[in-house]
Design a protein around this ligand. Structure first.
Ligand SMILES: [Fe+2]
Length: 126
């Protein structure tokens, strides 16, 4: 079982001291705050805001998952070289069809630094 990191639980001092490390691994859920029941809804998951993550043969982002509470909705897998073997920021667009109010989060897995958790994002569904 990989180590799961949730940067929300990290102290402000540690977060500042290792801000590049936390930034490049932490997934973010980007979507509208409201959705329509039964309509296709776009959720973009991004990793890193200020710092790119390596894309080396032994160190890369292997997968990104989208969760609704405890339910896994979707997953995108990568191999090394997806970003051209140069540091970059993985980004995935998921399209889901909501059936009711959602509490979305994302997980990303780095082959060297384990599993990383996003913030939770509430989406109201009409
Ligand atoms: Fe890493």
């Amino acid at each position: 079982m990989p180590n799961v990191v949730n940067p929300v639980d990290v102290s402000a001092e540690e977060s500042e001291a290792k801000k590049d490390y936390y930034d490049r691994h932490t997934p973010h859920v980007n979507c509208e705050a409201n959705a329509k029941k039964g309509d296709k809804f776009k959720v973009k998951v991004t990793l890193g805001k200020d710092y790119p993550h390596p894309d080396d043969h032994d160190h890369f982002i292997q997968y990104v998952q989208l969760w609704n509470r405890q339910t896994l909705l979707a997953e995108a897998s990568f191999l090394s070289g997806t970003l051209g073997n140069t540091p970059g920021n993985v980004e995935v667009d998921f399209y889901i069809v909501p059936g009711g109010k959602m509490n979305l989060s994302a997980m990303s897995y780095c082959t060297k630094h384990g599993l990383w958790q996003s913030e939770n994002v509430e989406v109201l569904v009409d």
